[in-house]
Design a protein around this ligand. Structure first.
Ligand code: AMO
Length: 449
């Protein structure tokens, strides 16, 4: 891409003193002293100090106004980065900005979650808040790079779908030209079908869950990082790929978001050479849960996370063999004991981050599994076509991006790391009169885990 004639704040240190530079950004802070005004300009790379003297005859627009500053790069050991801009011409690039709902120039943002969310377009501008998404973006780069290098093809599947993929209840129904359809709960059926085409696929995209509970780890729309691959022996092969993918995401962060890591004080996980694995039955014993318990509760996951830390010095623990009765119908049973499945969850720092496993791949097994649920295979005709025409043994997983970042930065609530969260509470834009019409807004998003 042809560079634009513009010096970024972070590049100011490299500018030759005495030369003219042109910076563009928002007025981050305006400090008017008796003899001089300091303007801190913030752009995508960082911030720079601009010194305005009365003789310069310049007005300083209010904080957050976007501006162009043309001036002289001047060495000053006291300035951040050792270089500042003097004798500037400051031009507003828009109308004067309204005073922001929170003081963005303070190093720490002193705002509660409701303020943060209700003013998201402005509060995300704070460098420490922005850094959270920088971790997400760098993780995505690492995710893609790892899979591209391993022969995967990136795909995009429809988000308006004809059937429920995960479980019946938590689905958004929509009107599709007079017929019922759903917002996709996952790309599950499509990624499997595409294994028949590409053998190895991945998708990064939104998924929709009409989760009726208001918790700190559930969103109604989140970003799902989906992977599916053919010719596996069983779910352990999938776990091997998962380990490499998560290692690649960590690598992406260290390569592309080192500043964000430092700003947030985020502790990146050290990847174990192999992710420790325990069976579901063993996990229940470890946490003292009854042996007929069908799933792990959040407190069980926290206890298992602590156990993995102590026992293996690992932030990760895979639990395999979840009961078949709790897993979706496409799940492959555990050979030799069909009460259990060849599926797993990956717990990261005490929170379920990933679900994955081996899938059924024979048409007859699907027909049986669908009938066992009291449904008819015809309802899944287009999905089942792939199996009728030959599908290899395959499996995959899905990782929730927001949960990943939430655990990296130890966020108490997943909404803190989500750009524009969708949850039980209607978004501002969909409400008639934002604050007053919704007296519950300030109490929202405080649910239990
Ligand atoms: P599952 O439904 O367990 O599996 O979802 C996979 C991962 O997605 C994240 N996640 C969520 N994140 C935020 N809000 C939610 N409401 C939410 N629900 C799930 C979690 C979870 O581990 N098709 C399977 C995956 C597969 O087998 O490939 C599936 O969607 O991090």
């Amino acid at each position: 891409m042809k560079p634009i004639d513009r010096t970024l704040a972070a590049g100011l240190t490299a500018a030759t003193p005495g030369t003219t530079v042109r910076l563009c950004g928002h007025v981050h802070r305006r400090r008017e002293l008796a003899a001089v005004t300091f303007l801190v300009l913030r752009d995508r790379s960082g911030s720079a100090q601009v010194v305005i003297k009365p003789a310069d005859g310049q007005q300083t627009p209010p904080e957050e106004t976007p501006v162009e500053v043309v001036g002289i790069a001047t060495a000053n050991p006291q300035a951040p980065g050792g270089v500042e801009v003097t004798s500037p011409v400051v031009t507003s690039l828009s109308d004067p900005a309204l005073s922001p709902p929170v003081e963005l120039w303070r190093p720490e943002l002193a705002a509660g979650l409701p303020t943060l969310l209700d003013h998201a377009p402005v509060t995300w501008r704070h460098p420490a808040v922005r850094a959270r998404w920088e971790l997400a973006a760098a993780s995505l780069r690492g995710f893609r790079q790892t899979l591209d290098a391993a022969g995967f093809t990136e795909v995009h599947s429809p988000k308006i779908v004809e059937s429920v993929t995960e479980s019946g209840a938590n689905v958004f129904e929509i009107d599709y030209f007079g017929r019922p359809a759903y917002l996709a709960q996952s790309p599950q059926f499509y990624k499997q079908q595409l294994v028949g085409v590409f053998e190895r696929v991945y998708e990064v995209g939104p998924v929709f869950r009409a989760e009726p509970h208001d918790t700190v780890r559930h969103l109604a729309e989140y970003v799902s990082l989906d992977v599916e691959l053919g010719f596996i022996r069983d779910h352990r092969d999938v776990l091997t790929v998962l380990r490499e993918v998560v290692a690649g995401m960590v690598e992406g962060i260290t390569t592309y978001a080192a500043d964000a890591v430092e700003r947030l004080g985020a502790e990146l996980p050290v990847m174990p050479a192999e992710i420790p694995v325990i069976h579901f039955t063993e996990a229940l014993k470890l946490v003292g849960a009854p042996e007929d318990e069908p799933d792990l509760a959040p407190e069980h996951e926290r206890a298992l996370g602590a156990w993995a830390r102590e026992t293996y010095a690992s932030d990760f623990l895979a639990v395999e063999g979840y009961p078949m009765r709790k897993r979706p119908f496409y799940t492959h049973p555990q050979p030799g004991d069909e009460r259990w499945s060849n599926s797993f969850d990956l717990i990261f720092r005490g929170l379920e981050l990933v679900t994955g496993g081996q899938r059924l791949h024979r048409l007859t097994d699907y027909e049986q599994a669908i009938r066992a649920r009291g449904e008819e295979p015809e309802a899944y005709a287009s999905y089942l076509q792939a199996f009728a025409h030959g599908m290899p043994p395959h499996g995959g997983f899905a990782l929730g991006l927001e949960r990943w970042v939430a655990r990296l930065v130890q966020a108490a609530n997943i909404r803190e790391v989500t750009l524009f969260p969708r949850d039980l509470h209607p978004p501002l834009a969909l409400t008639a009169r934002p604050e007053s019409a919704h007296p519950d807004r300030n109490q929202r998003r405080v649910g239990a885990s």
